[in-house]
Design a protein around this ligand. Structure first.
Ligand SMILES: [Zn+2]
Length: 252
């Protein structure tokens, strides 16, 4: 009988509830539901970005030195942060809650988190889809498909996209002022649109204090297909290896 279960699924984590409702298509097909667990079965709740960064740090020796801010800009918007090889988490697992910073306090646009006026309501793919589909009726909601769509269709000069980039850049600059990361690693379909990335870099630099010029690297990365899964199971193996390697010491 397994005493521990580890798995991975897209969703939203609030306290002890996991809502598997990360994609509109999933909601439409399955509806939103919540899992609950029996007492006695250990259940770990991790944010995907933290797991991706944990795995990435294994691969990237240079990123284990200093600080790394991992940013995802796609269907949702999120952030993760590591200092000297350790992913920093709060008591509820989140760092930054970048996508849910209030950027438009007067906005009535409801966010997935329950608040309104969040960065996601302006710049995330889920919030842009309805307006994008008035121009391109078949814009996909899945990130890889959306990235392919943007290679065929130049959306970068649409006013809604420029507004999204500007809001994203300002929020990223403010987040960076809290940590002044040595490396800012960008992932997701939007930063893979060359003209969007160029505008983002330019706006970000404009918001940067002069003393930070030249003190950081910002680049686009593609995360591995199994980064989340590997990051998820890594503590399990670390714990087992620790037990194996210390068993001899304890026996003495
Ligand atoms: Zn929100």
């Amino acid at each position: 009988m397994e005493k521990q279960v580890r798995g991975s699924a897209p969703g939203l984590c609030w306290g002890k509830s996991i809502h598997f409702a990360n994609a509109i298509d999933v909601i439409a097909q399955f509806g939103e539901f919540v899992i609950d667990w029996q007492d006695g079965l250990p259940v770990g709740v991790n944010r995907n970005l933290n797991l991706e960064l944990r795995t990435r740090l294994l691969r990237k020796k240079e990123e284990r030195e200093g600080s790394v801010l991992l940013i995802h800009w796609g269907y949702g918007i999120g952030s993760s942060y590591a200092l000297n090889g350790s992913v920093i988490e709060s008591s509820i697992g989140s760092f930054g809650e970048f996508g849910h910073w209030t950027v438009d306090p007067l906005s009535m646009r409801q966010c997935h988190c329950g608040e309104s006026g969040c960065l996601e309501t302006i710049a995330s793919l889920w919030s842009l889809l309805p307006e994008l589909r008035t121009i391109y009726p078949v814009v996909p909601s899945e990130e890889t498909a959306f990235e392919a769509f943007t290679r065929e269709n130049d959306i970068s000069e649409l006013p809604m996209i420029e507004r999204a980039v500007d809001a994203f850049a300002l929020s990223l600059a403010n987040l960076n002022k809290a940590v002044f990361a040595d490396r800012i690693v960008l992932t997701g379909p939007f930063v893979n649109i060359p003209s969007v990335l160029k505008r983002l870099e330019s706006r970000f630099f404009q918001h940067l204090p002069h003393y930070a010029h030249g003190k950081y690297q910002m680049y686009v990365a593609t995360l591995g297909a199994f980064d989340i899964t590997q990051g998820c199971v890594m503590p399990f193996f670390e714990e087992r290896m620790r037990t194996i390697f210390t068993a001899h010491d304890e026996a003495r």
